[in-house]
Structures are given as C-alpha cells and as structure tokens.
Ligand binder design. Structure first.
Ligand SMILES: *[C@@H]1O[C@H](CO)[C@@H](O)[C@H](O)[C@H]1NC(C)=O
Ligand SMILES: *[C@@H]1O[C@H](CO)[C@@H](O)[C@H](O)[C@H]1NC(C)=O
Ligand SMILES: *[C@@H]1O[C@H](CO)[C@@H](O)[C@H](O)[C@H]1NC(C)=O
Ligand SMILES: *[C@@H]1O[C@H](CO)[C@@H](O)[C@H](O)[C@H]1NC(C)=O
Ligand SMILES: *[C@@H]1O[C@H](CO)[C@@H](O)[C@H](O)[C@H]1NC(C)=O
Ligand SMILES: *[C@@H]1O[C@H](CO)[C@@H](O)[C@H](O)[C@H]1NC(C)=O
Ligand SMILES: *[C@@H]1O[C@H](CO)[C@@H](O)[C@H](O)[C@H]1NC(C)=O
Ligand SMILES: *[C@@H]1O[C@H](CO)[C@@H](O)[C@H](O)[C@H]1NC(C)=O
Ligand SMILES: *[C@@H]1O[C@H](CO)[C@@H](O)[C@H](O)[C@H]1NC(C)=O
Length: 513
C-alpha cells in the first residue's frame, strides 16, 4: 500500500465512522458528534510515536575504532573490537535519562553489518572479537543484544540501515579489502550489474524479522532510512519495496526518511526547528527532495501526515572520537525547547566508545539535563478542579466538549466549538496569584492539524496582557516567557484555524506568587 492509499484508507475509515455517527444522530436526537477529521490525520502508530518525544540515537561500528564518520578506509571486521561491550549500560542510561527509546546503526554507510546477516561477508561476525565471543559461548550479534537490553529496561528499540553503502559502491576505493573475502560485488548504482535493492531488501527483512535469543519477536518502533550519500553513484532505491517489508513484519514501526514515509527529517542536524512547523508535507520519498528549510516548516494542509524528527548530537561527531567532549545540559535544554517544545521529536545521538559503553561524561550530562528538564516541567499549576469557561462550547455540551477537558490530563478529551466557528477562547481562574514563566498547549491532532494562530494572555491588575503568540500548534508547544507574569487568571485564544479548532491540553508552569 502506498502512503497515499494508506492515508486515504484512514480518511475513508474516519468518514465511515462519521457516517455511522450521522445515522445514529437521526435516530437519537440528542447524540452529539465530534468534529469530522480534517484533511490528513495521523495513523494510530504515528499518534503513539508523537508521544515518544525524546529518544536516543546510537552510532556504533567500525568508525568507532577507526576515528571516522563514514568508514571510507573500509577496514576488515577485525577492527571492530570493543573491550567491554555492555548494551545493558546503554539502555539503562537512556531509561534513567528519561529517554523513551534507542535507535542503533545496524549498518552505517561503511556497509559493515552489526548483526549476524547472511547477506554479506562484511559483518562484525567475521572479526576476531565476534569469533572469540562465540567460542566463549557469548552472543556477538550487537543488534540483537541491544534489542534485548531495550526490552529489559522498558524502552523502545529501532534500527538504522543505511541505504547508501560504500562497501558496494564502485565509486569508493576499497584497497584494504582487495583479494580478501570482503572483496564483494560492487552492485550499488543503477548502471552496475547486480541489484542493490534486492540486497537491501534482504538486509531489511533480516532485521524486521529478528528474534531475541528466547525466540520472542523484536518490536521496532522506528526504522531509519538515511537519505545521505557521499558519492556521485546514482542508485534509485525501491522505497515501495522497503515500505512493504516494514509494514508486513513491523506494522507498528515508523518508517523515517528524508521526506517520509511516516516521519521526515527536520532539515538540519542541530536539534532545532523554526517556530512554524506543520506535521504535513506534500511530497513522497520518490519525489524531488525538499530543501532543509522546506522540511523545517513543512506544508500546511499538505497531502501526507509526515511529522518531523530532529536528529542531533551530544558531541560533534555521530561516532565517538577521543578528542571530542559532550555538550552541556543547558544546550540540551535549548535543543529540547526548540524541538519537543515545537511539536518535533528529538533523536539525540550518544555514541559508545571503543569499550562498547557510553562515556560516563555523556551519561552525566544526560542525567543533569533530565534533572533540569524535570525541574522545569514538573511545575504544572493547573488541575482538573480549576474553574474554566469558554467563548462557546460545541453543541453547548460541556460534558463532551467543555473547557474543563483541557485540564483533565486525558489525551482523548478536548475543548471544541461548533463547526461554523474557527476562533474562540477559554479562560482558567487560578483561584490564587501565581508567577508563571511558561505555558504548554496541545492541539487534538488525532482529527487533524487545524490551528495556525494562537495567543495566551494573563490578567494582571485587571488588564489582559499577551504573554505568548504562536502560529502552528500541533502535537505540543512549550512556550517559555521572556519574563514571568504574576496573575490569577489566564486565557488561551485561538486566533486562526482552517477548520474548527480542538484543544487537548492547556498547562501553565510556575510557582505560587
Ligand atoms: C587500511 O586499514 C588500515 C588499518 O586497518 C588503515 O590504517 C589504512 O588507512 C587503511 N587504508 C585505506 C586506504 O584507507
Ligand atoms: C551466526 O549464525 C550462525 C548460524 O546460526 C552461527 O553458527 C554463528 O556462530 C553466528 N555468528 C555470530 C557471530 O553470532
Ligand atoms: C574468551 O575467553 C578467553 C579465555 O577465557 C579470554 O581470554 C577472552 O578474552 C574471551 N574473549 C571474549 C571476547 O570475551
Ligand atoms: C519495487 O518493488 C515492488 C514491490 O516489491 C515491485 O513490485 C516493483 O517492481 C519494484 N520496482 C522496481 C522499479 O524494481
Ligand atoms: C469567563 O467568565 C468570566 C467571568 O464571568 C467572564 O468575564 C469572561 O468573559 C468569560 N470568558 C469567556 C471566554 O467566556
Ligand atoms: C452551536 O450549535 C448549537 C446546536 O448544535 C446551537 O444551539 C448553538 O447556538 C451554536 N452556538 C454557536 C455559538 O453558534
Ligand atoms: C452531552 O452529551 C452526552 C452524551 O451524548 C449526553 O448524555 C448529555 O445529556 C449531553 N448534555 C447536554 C447538556 O446536552
Ligand atoms: C491577586 O493579586 C491582586 C493584586 O495583588 C489582587 O487584587 C487579587 O485579588 C489577587 N487574586 C486572588 C485570587 O487572590
Ligand atoms: C494598575 O492599574 C492602575 C490603573 O491603570 C495603575 O494606576 C497602577 O499603577 C497599576 N498597578 C500596577 C501594579 O501595575
């Protein structure tokens, strides 16, 4: 199924449900209906993915040992020799740091496989480290080990499988491998003999059907198909085939690519996005690539629900290099605000070193960042008991659609207004004076992204003062104020929407004044 037919099916499904609801309405006069889905909506898998927000990227492989980023030296597998590999340490550190999952480079651009594949001789399994491990009765399948560790520590697991493959690319020299068992056919490229798409499909199939040592299946939450290439060799990738393989064996996995299918690149590797960021775009992976700027913003009312993910690094390189240091917790906090705070997931790379473990310094920064983040976020002031009113309520039914729904902490309830209305406001009386320095708002995106303008006001000294103005809202916005406000009453205004807006959640961060 193509992305388009998949989404159209979802849309038709939505219309079908809506049609049933309309039929019910004609018999039950008082039944009241939610707004119809607006244009594209996320699949249930995408909705669950939005909620993951912040997770880890692990770049690990021959580059870790050769001090490279792209593995152009094409070293033989003996180079891969971690002295104290501990994938549990990865998963435990990420779980402790409040990250929801981890994505491992099963094969980076260099082409060396970290799992026990039968698709190539160029795999760590043919190196001395792996052979010793197997001889000692230990596992040497790093992908399987990482998957088991993720499960053990209760975080999600995903894989990265590079489409560009230097090892198979005739344009990339491999002098070190000439005449060895690693001197494999150069099938990468549309004009070379051999079908690289078939090789890639085989590798992908092995990974999406991987089982843990106890025989249980590995569940992948994301499959990362990097759009990068560093050579002039033209290879047309069969994205349709790759997508079919992922859908067949891992229906819950988000397929990430430059512009889709299920999630897109944010257009830079700095952990930031512009203030206006739409969850939709209008091109598939097969069409002309969007520029970085276009990917940051997305396309309002676009053809596909393809939300952005920001891949960023804790160090300068993606792989570990002895001469690099981790960034600071403050810089990570800024990144977080400019990704997660702008409805974009943050995929933060934290590379293991030559021991095969995350570096203590890096883990320290992650934990300090977590402490700082929690101290900031865990100051929510609003609670379900607060008095809230709104400019209007859909069908006048406050139980179903009233403003109190934005305070109840439930992901499936929301404040809504009549279909004919596209702007409106809601107010919350705080009962006491508070000093507020940030707001968090969430649009009810399950039924589509509608809002293109909002403002948040605080009442002080009997005057409403605007504290926040925003454009696209989407899954979640965290707006930090340049200076805090003292107030006992706050107001959220929807100033622009292309269809009747729906607000899932409204929160204020601060302290008692
Ligand atoms: C071949 O490998 C060695 C070490 O394994 C490395 O020092 C050398 O740079 C490699 N050659 C090339 C052409 O990259
Ligand atoms: C790979 O799998 C084969 C077949 O099960 C096994 O004999 C071999 O030891 C494995 N190698 C590694 C490195 O795990
Ligand atoms: C395998 O066991 C031998 C002998 O006990 C030991 O010297 C070696 O370090 C072990 N290798 C690995 C990879 O654990
Ligand atoms: C791509 O893969 C699909 C599904 O396997 C196949 O039907 C199609 O022929 C392939 N396209 C090309 C250009 O090879
Ligand atoms: C909420 O109630 C207050 C006090 O009655 C009123 O001043 C305000 O206009 C109402 N707000 C909305 C959005 O209707
Ligand atoms: C909203 O719709 C209801 C009927 O469903 C109607 O009674 C009410 O007047 C409408 N409100 C507004 C503000 O249009
Ligand atoms: C609101 O809708 C619910 C569920 O349909 C219904 O039970 C309730 O009576 C409605 N309330 C009003 C005020 O219409
Ligand atoms: C908040 O402070 C103002 C001025 O200091 C005061 O007039 C107002 O009554 C206070 N609000 C509440 C709910 O106590
Ligand atoms: C409150 O408003 C009044 C009248 O506009 C003004 O005189 C007074 O200075 C304001 N007080 C504060 C604390 O802003």
């Amino acid at each position: 199924m193509t992305a388009r037919t998949r989404q159209e099916k979802a849309l038709k499904g939505g219309r079908w449900i809506f049609a049933i609801a309309l039929c019910l309405m004609s018999t039950l006069v008082y039944a009241q209906t939610p707004p119809a889905p607006y244009l594209r909506t996320p699949t249930s898998q995408q909705l669950a993915w939005h909620e993951l927000e912040y997770y880890a990227f692990i770049h690990f492989g021959p580059n870790t040992f050769t001090n490279e980023e792209w593995g152009e030296s094409q070293s033989p597998p003996d180079v891969f020799a971690p002295t104290a590999l501990d994938t549990d340490q990865w998963a435990k550190s990420f779980a402790d740091a409040g990250m929801t999952g981890m994505i491992l480079t099963a094969k980076h651009h260099d082409g060396m496989a970290l799992w026990n594949t039968s698709s190539t001789t160029y795999k760590i399994g043919n190196g001395k480290w792996a052979k010793d491990r197997v001889a000692n009765g230990s596992s040497a399948d790093v992908v399987q080990m990482a998957a088991a560790s993720a499960k053990k520590y209760g975080i999600k697991f995903g894989i990265y499988l590079s489409p560009w493959d230097i090892h198979r690319d005739p344009a990339m020299p491999k002098t070190n491998l000439t005449g060895t068992i690693y001197d494999e056919p150069q099938i990468f490229g549309d004009t070379t003999p051999g079908d690289y798409n078939a090789l890639y499909a085989q590798q992908l199939t092995e990974l999406v059907t991987m089982k843990l040592p106890d025989g249980s299946p590995v569940h992948l939450f994301e499959v990362w198909l990097d759009g990068n290439s560093g050579s002039d060799t033209v290879q047309t990738f069969n994205w349709t085939d790759y997508r079919n393989i992922i859908r067949q064996y891992q229906p819950d996995a988000i397929m990430w690519g430059h512009q889709g299918v299920d999630a897109r690149w944010v257009g830079n590797e700095d952990g930031t996005t512009v203030a206006t960021n739409w969850h939709t775009i209008s091109r598939t992976q097969d069409e002309t690539h969007y520029s970085g700027d276009e990917l940051q913003t997305g396309v309002r009312d676009g053809l596909y629900w393809t939300p952005a993910e920001a891949d960023a690094r804790i160090r300068n390189g993606w792989f570990w290099h002895a001469n690099e240091e981790p960034t600071t917790k403050d810089k990570l906090m800024t990144m977080y605000m400019q990704c997660v705070g702008r409805s974009v997931n943050l995929l933060l790379d934290v590379p293991p070193d030559t021991t095969g473990q995350l570096v203590n310094k890096d883990v320290d920064v992650l934990i300090k960042f977590k402490t700082q983040r929690s101290a900031f976020l865990n100051r929510g002031l609003l609670s379900p008991g607060f008095a809230a009113n709104a400019s209007s309520v859909r069908d006048g039914n406050s139980t179903l659609f009233g403003p109190a729904n934005v305070l109840d902490g439930k992901p499936d309830t929301y404040w809504a207004i009549n279909d004919s209305e596209k702007t409106g406001s809601l107010e919350v009386a705080l009962g006491e004076n508070y000093t507020i320095d940030a707001f968090i708002v969430q649009e009810h995106i399950a039924l589509g992204q509608r809002i293109g303008g909002y403002a948040i006001d605080a009442l002080s000294n009997n005057t409403w003062k605007t504290a926040v103005t925003g454009t696209s809202m989407g899954y979640k916005r965290i707006d930090k104020l340049s200076s805090s406000v003292k107030t006992d009453r706050i107001r959220l205004r929807i100033t622009q929407a292309n269809a009747t807006p729906m607000i899932n959640s409204f929160e204020a961060l601060g302290t008692k004044a």
